[in-house]
Design a protein around this ligand. Structure first.
Ligand SMILES: Nc1nc2c(c(=O)[nH]1)N=C([C@H](O)[C@H](O)COP(=O)(O)OP(=O)(O)OP(=O)(O)O)CN2
Ligand code: ZN
Length: 136
């Protein structure tokens, strides 16, 4: 039995995909008595959020599989590294989210890069930071 047609509302579509990597870090500018000034590690989760007002192909904002260059970057450059050694800024969740948004915009195909609205970095199950890309 076919379902009855319904009027389609106008609006935007949003998708997200979560990536993960394991890395060490320390926040060297914190006072020595702060636990996060000491070397420790996290199972990081990074979620990219993309948005579009119209869909491509079968009905995609972007094929999730087309985000693979971002996964390759995380796997090759950040996974099992010490973040304070491979990044030239203090590796807080906030600054990492902003940096990863910059990497995505610079290195992903322009159509996909333009769809990026936010990057969320999760260090633990209870803590995350999000960078929202400013609309241009
Ligand atoms: N705003 C931010 N605060 C903190 C960050 C950060 O990136 N942004 N980072 C840290 C440390 O990296 C720390 O490892 C994580 O902090 P915290 O959530 O306090 O760690 P715990 O999992 O041990 O927290 P509990 O809930 O107390 O178990 C610190 N702050
Ligand atoms: Zn930490």
């Amino acid at each position: 039995m076919e379902t009855a047609p319904v009027p389609l509302p106008s609006g935007r579509f949003t998708i997200g995909k979560t990536f993960d990597f394991e890395a060490g870090h320390r926040l060297a500018s914190l006072p020595p008595e702060h636990k996060c000034s000491r070397q420790h590690g996290h199972s990081y989760e990074v979620e990219v959020v993309l948005s579009a007002s119209s869909l491509q192909g079968p009905g995609f904002v972007t094929d999730f599989g087309d985000l693979s260059p971002f996964k390759q970057y995380l796997d090759s450059e950040l996974d099992h590294h010490n973040l304070y050694e491979v990044l030239d800024f203090e590796p807080t969740s906030e600054l990492l989210a902003q940096y990863l948004a910059g990497w995505f915009i610079t290195n992903m195909p322009s159509r996909i890069a333009r769809q990026l609205t936010a990057v969320r970095v999760r260090e633990t199950q209870r803590s995350w930071a999000q960078f929202d890309v400013a609309a241009t």
